[in-house]
Design a protein around this ligand. Structure first.
Ligand code: HEC
Length: 104
């Protein structure tokens, strides 16, 4: 009896206090990428990009060390592709994008 109470309490604590960077943030990060980059780039593992020359961002951005990712997202990622917009994300937006990319 004691033991199951203990488990229930732990479960409750987890519900009340979810880890930072929860599902809502990572969903928001994905939506940001979807809106700004999704018409050319694939954003999820194993999906082809709408524009065949554009690399899958899930793979490319996750391969960047976090300092570089933050730098690129805040400065507007450079590209040889003339149509690619130079979007500068705010630090709040970058946090959300990182939460999305950190997801398994
Ligand atoms: C109009 C289409 C288009 C849009 C929109 C677009 N890209 Fe790209 N992007 C490309 C193409 C094509 C390439 C591959 C050729 C190149 O590097 O220029 C590319 C390459 C990249 C690369 C690899 C650069 C490298 O040095 O290897 C990154 C990272 C990238 N894009 C990020 C983004 C992000 C982040 C967004 C949204 C803010 C975005 N792109 C929006 C077309 C696009």
């Amino acid at each position: 009896m004691r033991r199951s109470w203990h488990a229930a309490t732990l479960g409750l604590l987890f519900l009340i206090n979810p880890e930072p960077g929860g599902a809502a943030e990572s969903e928001a990060g994905r939506a940001l990428l979807e809106k700004n980059c999704g018409r050319c780039h694939a954003l999820a593992p194993g999906t082809p990009s709408p524009l065949s020359q554009a690399p899958n961002l899930w793979i490319v951005l996750r391969s960047y060390p976090s300092e570089r990712l933050e730098f690129e997202l805040s400065e507007g990622i450079g590209s040889r592709h003339k149509d690619m917009p130079q979007i500068q994300f705010s630090s709040e937006e970058i946090q959300k994008i990182e939460d999305y990319l950190a997801k398994e």
